[in-house]
Design a protein around this ligand. Structure first.
Ligand SMILES: Nc1ncnc2c1ncn2[C@@H]1O[C@H](COP(=O)(O)OP(=O)(O)OP(=O)(O)O)[C@@H](O)[C@H]1O
Ligand SMILES: Nc1nc2c(ncn2[C@@H]2O[C@H](COP(=O)(O)O)[C@@H](O)[C@H]2O)c(=O)[nH]1
Length: 206
């Protein structure tokens, strides 16, 4: 479970999309949200868009692994899709905030790798939020005002990537993913493989 968090506009959606194109065994967890759909966003691809009543019902039914109120809207990670992907041996990518990360960390523990994305400067963060031009000015202002609050959680994360150049950031997150996949405890079947090697070495050595 690979989590990316950041202040709004720092670039995690951009980095996630590039990662998903390159990584065969990585699936995006598609969140459920009550936020209005942005121009260009696709239902079931970017988010599953629901109304407040549907969100509340799904939460009561235990359909979420985590949920949070972010910038005045509700967001949640659906349990079934994530469990299915993990059971199939796939890695799952989460683009969620620090509240959701805290909740996932409690349930997933060792299986969670978290990356916090920082902007190179506050001016650049404001530029990116405006450049995206998909939210009303008031929403952009509200998200900028929340940036300090969001960034105060950076030290809760395993890795920090300052997103200056997209390509370089994607390279760094890919390197994190590769290194984490190589951890001894994540390589299943290693014990049998090493036993086999030892057996062959003993035979070869007479
Ligand atoms: N390294 C970069 N350099 C310049 N522009 C960037 C960079 N990374 C992302 N952007 C641009 O910044 C804007 C915001 O990026 P993006 O939507 O990926 O942010 P986000 O962190 O996912 O935001 P949110 O939390 O609101 O979903 C987009 O227009 C994107 O193209
Ligand atoms: N706790 C969760 N946070 C989520 C989830 N999906 C997205 N998010 C975070 O919300 C903000 C705003 O996203 P936007 O798409 O409206 O710009 C951002 O920080 C996302 O990471 C979720 O399922 N749970």
């Amino acid at each position: 479970m690979l989590v990316l968090s950041s202040p709004s506009g720092a670039g995690k959606t951009t980095i996630s999309r590039a990662l998903l194109e390159r990584e065969q065994n990585l699936r995006l967890s598609i969140s459920v949200t009550t936020r209005p759909q942005r121009p260009g966003e696709r239902e079931g691809v970017d988010y599953t868009f629901v109304d407040d009543a549907t969100f509340a019902r799904m939460r009561e039914e235990g359909a979420f692994l985590e949920h949070a109120r972010v910038f005045g809207n509700y967001y949640a990670t659906p349990r079934a899709a994530v469990e299915e992907a993990l059971n199939q041996g796939q890695d799952v990518l989460f683009d969620i905030d620090w509240q959701g990360t805290q909740q996932l960390r409690e349930s997933a523990r060792d299986d969670l790798v978290s990356v916090f994305i920082l902007p190179p400067s506050t001016e650049e963060l404001a530029r990116r939020l405006h450049k995206r031009a998909q939210d009303p000015e008031e929403v952009v202002r509200q998200r900028m005002a929340k940036a300090t609050d969001e960034m105060s959680h950076w030290a809760e994360y395993d890795y920090i990537v300052v997103n200056e150049d997209v390509e370089e950031s994607v390279r760094r997150v890919t390197a994190i993913l590769e290194a984490e996949r190589l951890r001894r405890d994540r390589q299943t079947g290693l014990r049998d493989f090493v036993q086999q090697l030892s057996h062959q070495a003993e035979k070869a050595g007479g």
